[in-house]
Design a protein around this ligand. Structure first.
Ligand code: ATP
Length: 571
């Protein structure tokens, strides 16, 4: 397919009136592409040339892209830079000034060039990247150049979520968008959309046969909530409760030679945990995939320190001093692969036995503390013990539950301390808009419009305005710095809102919010019409708690969870 046709589809998709229309347009384009170009197109749709977990970035700053464009236009760099700044978007500017060209580039050619740009590194790479980009732009039509420039500078935001791509692939190659769950399963096991596209092209059997692979992150299983211990006992029956450690969740892969560490968002964070990996390498030489909570401990007393401490490791160059100041201990709670065997479909009890066989004592490693509980009293007792030990509470696990990749279900239920007069759990919401501040907050944002995620519709539905809980520093510097890159003129196509904030944002930043209760509201779209016709759900007395950079927008609290929290709040 010509890249031109592909770009035309993208523009149509951006303007689509509904998600279903989007799915149909994408499916049609997928069908038209030669099979070997489908996975490439799927990556380009995400603005990437490799799955996110591979960490392959373009390494082209906007300044460099401006230089490449100036080269093609034969104009002065400073002049082009000024014009781009004025226009606010390099893509829009390129579309305006580049001459009309027939082009004739194919999807494969553009992908190949972009991939070469991303892979080039080391001495002299900046110049080579710039020249390659300029050559590509010189062969492109203005519309194509706009997409290429937005892609390499990380600004291609099409508003097509993974769920929509999966549904379009299901429609294109299995003839039925209702088969999305089959693709979702493959995606949950491999986290690789391009790979899922390849499998979808082969057909249903290939999708069903997909297995996890050491090195490719498995999308993480998550826990449900229930209002209290009685309800947990009722739902799970006698079960295993484990301490809920408050650190960073890590999924560690080892193929016998090489380690990979993935975060909740499936980012490659291997470089962040050299000490933990050294410990794991000492206890096991056979390939494995395990999950642990990495918790910073006091270097002197060995006591667990709160979550915020691990954030100190999120730096580009982790120095020996930082490692010494913030040592971590890994509390291992899950095993997905060992001894050449995939354990993901095995029941909890069997996985736990395998984990205990896998484990060897080490000063930096511990198995998560667990207890078999048969009564509410035993559960409460173990909960109290967990708090005393410095944990957040418990994660209660159903003995026969398999590991459900990428799902939040009742095979795991979390039990955290409820704070009097407040909802027993906080919500993680996506910032989709904001109102400008007045008075003391003039020049910054006064309050944010925050949304929950609806995975069925693949869209963000508003739940609350949040204006309290921010420090002066948050308001003055942190929020503008974090949010300004996502500002946009109009509502993002994946956001559903009845309110009209002063500014809109791409759904990107996730914040943790606490509140007193959840109420019905005619102004918010979260779970609109689910509890009552003509009403959505809203938070009462919301308060910002912290930034959740460990979560992607699709990992925010789901609209279904909000409905459950609404129904459970009086239980
Ligand atoms: P929260 O904000 O409450 O930590 P979350 O959305 O990050 O929730 P959940 O799946 O709801 O994640 O809660 C389980 C989380 O608890 C896991 O993601 C993991 O990071 C952490 N955790 C700590 N100890 C355990 C354990 N023993 N078993 C499973 N998860 C654990």
């Amino acid at each position: 397919m010509t890249f031109r046709r592909f770009v035309a589809t993208l523009l149509e998709v951006e303007r689509a009136s509904s998600r279903l229309a989007m799915v149909r347009m994408l499916a049609e384009a997928f069908r038209e592409l030669p099979p070997e170009e489908v996975p490439l197109a799927v990556l380009l749709l995400q603005g990437r040339v490799a799955p996110e977990f591979e960490g392959l970035e373009f390494g082209v700053a906007e300044k460099e892209a401006v230089k490449a464009l100036a080269l093609v236009l034969g104009r002065d760099e400073a002049e082009v830079a000024r014009a781009v700044k004025e226009k606010g978007d390099i893509g829009a500017y390129a579309r305006e000034v580049l001459p009309e060209r027939e082009g004739g580039l194919t999807v494969r050619q553009v992908y190949g060039e972009l991939r070469a740009i991303a892979e080039d590194s080391g001495k002299g790479s900046q110049l080579r990247k710039r020249e390659r980009l300029a050559r590509l732009l010189a062969a492109a039509s203005p519309e194509e150049a706009a997409v290429i420039l937005r892609t390499v500078t990380g600004r291609l935001r099409l508003g097509v979520g993974d769920a929509t791509v999966l549904e379009a692939l299901a429609l294109a190659f299995l003839g039925d968008r209702g088969k999305r769950p089959l693709l979702e399963r493959a995606y949950n096991l491999t986290s690789d959309l391009a790979h899922v596209a390849r499998l979808a092209l082969e057909g249903e059997e290939a999708l069903r046969a997909v297995k996890l692979e050491v090195g490719k992150p498995v999308r993480m299983m998550l826990a449900e909530r229930l209002p209290g211990p009685e309800q947990i006992m009722e739902k799970l029956g006698p079960h295993y409760a484990e301490h809920k450690y408050d650190g960073e969740r890590v999924q560690v892969h080892f193929n016998g030679e090489r380690f990979w560490v993935y975060s909740r968002r499936l980012e490659n964070i291997t470089h962040q945990y050299p000490d933990l990996l050294a410990a794991l390498g000492e206890v096991q030489q056979e390939p494995f995939i395990v999950e642990a909570e990495a918790v910073v401990v006091d270097p002197v007393t060995g006591e667990m320190r709160p979550f915020q401490n691990v954030l100190n490791r999120k730096v580009k160059h982790l120095t020996p001093e930082l490692l010494e100041k913030y040592p971590v201990k890994g509390f291992v709670f899950e095993i997905l692969y060992h001894d050449g065997k995939t354990l993901i479909d095995r029941p909890y009890t069997e996985r736990r036995q395998a984990l205990e066989r896998w484990f060897r004592p080490h000063e930096r490693l511990e198995l998560s503390s667990k207890r078999f509980v048969e009564t509410t009293e035993e559960l409460v007792q173990f909960f109290d013990a967990s708090i005393e030990a410095g944990c957040e509470g418990l994660v209660c696990k159903k003995p026969d539950g398999e590991y459900e990749a990428g799902k939040r279900g009742f095979k795991w239920v979390k039990y955290k301390r409820g704070i009097a007069g407040k909802l027993s759990d906080t919500l993680d919401l996506v910032v989709v808009g904001a109102w400008l501040g007045r008075g003391k907050r003039a020049g910054s944002y006064g309050s944010l419009l925050a949304a929950a995620y609806n995975p069925d519709e693949d869209r963000f539905e508003t739940l609350t305005k949040v204006g309290s809980g921010f420090s002066d520093e948050d308001l003055g510097q942190v929020l503008p710095r974090r949010l300004d890159p996502y500002r946009r003129e109009e509502r993002h196509p994946r956001v559903w809102s009845l309110l009209e904030p002063d500014v809109w944002f791409d759904p990107a930043l996730v914040v943790e919010v606490e509140a007193q209760e959840i109420t019905l509201s005619p102004n918010h779209t979260c779970a609109y019409g689910v509890v009552q016709e003509g009403r959505g759900l809203a938070l009462r007395f919301p308060r910002f708690v912290r930034y959740r950079d460990d979560k992607s927008p699709e990992e925010a609290t789901s609209t279904k969870e909000v409905v459950e929290m609404y129904r459970n709040q009086w239980a």
